[in-house]
Design a protein around this ligand. Structure first.
Ligand SMILES: Nc1ncnc2c1ncn2[C@@H]1O[C@H](COP(=O)(O)OP(=O)(O)OP(=O)(O)O)[C@@H](O)[C@H]1O
Ligand SMILES: O=C(O)[C@H](O)COP(=O)(O)O
Length: 413
């Protein structure tokens, strides 16, 4: 199989020789962890198993990040190596460094069929700088490690929206291809990005409202959606942008989340795309743990926190979704962790599975899908949060662009 026959503008593992090669694989093992350092969800690690299983005749070195500096879950990858060993059924050796002489010696002494996981890439200050691939290629990490390898595989779609050292740097100095998970994500999401069938519906909610509002702007600019159904904190911002007073408690929430600057942006989008952006007609308020439904113009009177979309909105949105040729679902519609406020998320997720092509992404969204047992009913489940919403909005991801540039440089002469 070659690049020409697959019709892809990046290379995959099927395009290159893997056996007996020393292969550096960027995975994304970044997982929710508890205070005792236990991994709470094995989804991220499991997602890379097909790639690792295909490398059983290679010398394999894995790189991943975990958490962000300063966060509670910013920690070593020792537990990840243990869990990967259990899931893979083959030992994944943990190396507590990234590119020291110890780490390099451990890599050099690996035998064919062995797998080694290097330490959290973000322990190296170079990793979190946002530089171009050319600049990242000059980092100590890339300079010290790349001579030890024949090939770089990027299997970490979910961090490929970051131009970080371990994501883009090696593509300048090593032949580089997409791993099996990376290829699956690009293929699954491309069907949504390149969909020319209508109606195309995006259901955008959750708490990372700034990312979602940026995505809404990009999606509408490229004429990628017939309707954007807003839910979650995204909806609160759009409700405020229409001039509706959401009461002190909700306004304070938006202020505390530092989203006040999103209101004029939402307002401009509403003016420009009034026929495309849909806001809830009613919401569920949290009244001492009870679900209290009100029309949006009555939120102020109650002065209680918005915790979900209301029944009328659920009915209305469900109709749009069920008739959709494409439905993209990103972010829960409310605080679904509380039983009384998971109705919107549950009902709209169920509706989404009836669309001709359904895509869901985002960590909490996938938790909700798991709880409903709906995973197999979606056309594509993306492990990416920020990466998938960025990709779906039509923006190129630096990690994928780097693979494409590498393919034209190394493999097309
Ligand atoms: N109206 C709301 N008010 C407060 N929190 C909300 C509301 N609606 C949803 N949430 C919270 O949003 C969180 C999920 O949002 P988030 O944007 O992180 O989604 P996600 O699916 O995990 O996507 P990603 O992986 O990109 O973070 C949940 O914890 C949920 O309780
Ligand atoms: O969990 C994720 O979305 C990815 O691992 C990226 O993590 P980051 O947002 O800390 O870069």
């Amino acid at each position: 199989m070659s690049q020409e026959t697959t019709g892809k503008d990046y290379l995959t593992m099927g395009d290159v020789a893997l056996d007996d090669k020393a292969v550096l694989v960027r995975v994304d093992f970044n997982s929710p962890m508890d205070d005792n350092g236990n991994i709470l969800d094995d989804r991220k690690i499991k997602s890379h198993l097909p790639t690792l299983q295909s490398l059983e005749h290679s010398k394999v070195v894995l790189m991943s990040h975990q958490g962000r500096p300063g966060d509670e879950d910013y920690t070593t990858l020792e537990a990840h190596a243990k869990l990967a060993t259990k899931l893979l059924g083959r030992e994944v050796i943990y190396e507590d460094d990234i590119f020291s002489s110890c780490a390099r010696n451990a890599i050099k002494s690996l035998a064919k069929g062995e797998i080694l996981l290097l330490e959290n890439t973000r322990f190296n200050a170079e990793e979190i700088t946002k530089l171009t691939p050319e600049e990242q290629a000059k980092s100590q990490m890339v300079k010290k490690l790349h001579p030890l390898f024949d090939l770089f595989i990027n299997d970490a779609f979910s961090v490929s929206h970051r131009s970080q050292c371990s994501v883009v740097g090696f593509t300048l100095v090593l032949p580089s291809v997409a791993g099996i998970l990376m290829d699956k994500e690009i293929t699954g999401l491309d069907k949504a990005v390149k969909c020319h069938e209508h109606p195309a519906i995006f259901v955008l909610g959750g708490a990372k409202a700034n990312d979602s509002i940026k995505a809404i702007s990009n999606i509408l600019k490229r004429d990628g959606a017939d309707k954007i159904l807003t839910t979650g904190v995204v909806a609160t911002i759009f409700i405020m942008a229409t001039g509706i007073d959401v009461g002190e408690v909700n306004r304070k929430f938006i202020e505390d989340e530092k989203y006040m600057d999103q209101i004029p942006i939402a307002s401009r989008l509403l003016k420009e795309y009034s026929d495309k952006i849909v806001i809830p007609q009613d919401v569920a308020l949290n009244n001492g743990g009870k679900r209290q439904e009100v029309k949006v113009d009555r939120i102020k009177e109650e002065n209680l926190p918005i915790a979900d979309i209301g029944q009328k909105t659920i009915e209305n949105y469900s109709k749009y979704i069920k008739d959709a040729k494409l439905c993209v679902f990103h972010g829960p519609t409310g605080i679904f962790e509380l039983d009384k406020f998971r109705l919107g998320t549950d009902e709209l997720l169920k509706a989404a599975t009836q669309a001709s092509y359904s895509v869901a992404g985002g960590g909490h969204t996938l938790d909700a899908i798991d709880q409903l047992g709906l995973e197999s009913k979606f056309s594509h489940i993306s492990l990416g949060g920020g990466a998938s919403i960025t990709y779906l909005s039509g923006e190129p991801l630096p990690g994928i662009t780097a693979l494409k540039n590498n393919a034209s440089r190394y493999h097309k002469g």
